[in-house]
Design a binder for this molecule. Structure first.
Ligand SMILES: Cc1cc2nc3c(=O)[nH]c(=O)nc-3n(C[C@H](O)[C@H](O)[C@H](O)COP(=O)(O)OP(=O)(O)OC[C@H]3O[C@@H](n4cnc5c(N)ncnc54)[C@H](O)[C@@H]3O)c2cc1C
Length: 384
């Protein structure tokens, strides 16, 4: 569902222009400096990129899921760090507040997140809670009208630069699994909350990821999302269901860009007296990339439309995340192959960087194996 085609068309055009004219020319700088230049963050702020998925009534663009995936496919055609900079505000860092926040929470956070004035993050993962995300060890102990948080969150995108943290913590002592877990909104500067240095990573230079430490961090009971104790996991899963479609789209843009680079290379690199694009085995690599990109894009758009119609998309979202992220990995590998030695040597182009950058997609927001289990479980349940 695209509500106002003219204004949405302008948003897509502006995104394409940003990617082509501003971001791509500075990808190497981002790789070297390990940060998005401040002037480009400002350009994204002014362009409203941080508020894409936040409702218009709170200062965002209020994009439908379908619009969001089209925009995400465009923005993700430049180095991954650009969209990761805005991605927590347009995704996991704001969605919990959008779907379940109280009016007061929405008023306080969403306009600032939409303007990109504050950066958000979602902190679920812990040393003992990875794929088993509900194995939450962070404790929130009630003390009058407050809770005191103790624990450690690990691998949190944008934690080193975030102003607002959504943090899952166990409020019901002795509970197990998803039950008894609440989602808290905690602001930077709250005594007892600190973040570690950005990790050294395989890829995605310019996208800071780090740990969050909670040491006697006192927050008001009113900072629980929606004010409802024990409902934190439900809130997080609602946010993640949408995010899985979003991430699938964010894995499709890089595949489109990598194929574009590989096609350009195949047409200009000559071996055996002709462009390598004339060799049929190279053509097979190109055809497989193009076909899989088309398949991913089709399923993502279809699932986004289903979500906008209010249908249950839990299984479809999992299939999109699983297929699109694995597809992106296959495309990266084929494109390195098309580049030959220049695909491995960073001095000869950016495919080597893309290959490293996209590896993460198959690991976070549910590994491929976790999605396979989810898809199979839902299929088997249907058959019963
Ligand atoms: C750069 C980066 C950014 C991240 N950003 C965030 C963030 O912003 N917020 C956040 O909360 N988290 C974030 N994460 C965490 C991410 O979601 C987890 O790393 C991921 O869920 C996997 O957990 P794990 O690393 O503990 O791996 P593990 O759970 O230890 O898994 C290791 C392997 O075992 C497999 N495995 C585990 N259980 C099963 C099973 N039952 N059946 C079959 N195979 C299984 C997995 O598929 C995987 O191959 C990020 C991670 C990284 C690396």
């Amino acid at each position: 569902m695209v509500r106002d085609e003219a204004s949405f068309g302008q948003l897509l055009d502006a995104t394409r222009r940003f990617v082509r004219d501003k971001a791509i020319p500075r990808e190497a700088e981002v790789e070297q400096s390990d940060e998005i230049p401040a002037d480009l963050v400002e350009t994204m702020r002014r362009g409203g990129f941080f508020g894409w998925s936040i409702p218009e009534s709170y200062g965002g663009a209020g994009l439908t899921t379908e619009e969001l995936v089209f925009a995400a496919i465009e923005l993700s055609q430049c180095a991954v760090a650009f969209r990761a900079r805005v991605g927590t505000n347009t995704g996991i860092g704001s969605e919990g507040i959008v779907v379940d926040g109280t009016e007061e929470q929405k008023q306080r956070y969403l306009p600032r997140l939409a303007r990109g004035e504050w950066t958000s993050c979602l902190a679920i993962t812990e040393p003992e809670a990875g794929s088993e995300a509900s194995n939450v060890r962070t404790i929130a102990r009630r003390d009058g009208d407050s809770f005191i948080l103790d624990g450690e969150k690990r691998y949190i995108t944008n934690a080193p630069i975030a102003d607002v943290f959504t943090i899952t913590a166990r409020t019901e002592p002795g509970s197990k699994g998803a039950k008894g877990v609440s989602a808290f909104i905690v602001e930077r500067g709250t005594p007892g909350l600190s973040t570690g240095k950005p990790y050294r990573k395989m890829g995605q230079a310019g996208s800071p990821v780090g740990s969050v430490f909670l040491d006697g961090c006192r927050v008001s009971a009113a900072s629980i999302i929606g004010g409802v104790e024990g409902a934190g996991f439900r809130t997080v899963m609602k946010a993640l269901n949408k995010q899985r479609i979003h991430l699938a789209a964010l894995s499709t843009g890089p595949a489109i860009r990598m194929l574009e680079l590989a096609v350009e290379h195949a047409k200009t690199r000559a071996q055996f007296g002709q462009p390598i694009a004339n060799h049929q085995l190279v053509q097979a690599l190109i055809a497989d990339c193009r076909t899989e990109i088309f398949a991913a894009r089709s399923m993502i758009v279809e699932t986004a439309r289903m979500r906008d119609r209010g249908e249950d998309i839990m299984q479809e979202a999992s299939m999109c995340k699983y297929f699109a992220t694995e597809m992106c990995g296959r495309v990266a590998d084929r494109c390195v192959q098309i580049f030959g030695g220049a695909g491995f040597v960073a001095d000869y182009g950016s495919i080597e960087r893309w290959y490293r950058d996209v590896r993460l997609f198959r690991l976070y927001e549910g590994t491929s194996q976790i999605h396979q289990l989810n898809i199979a479980r839902l299929t088997l349940n249907e058959a019963r």
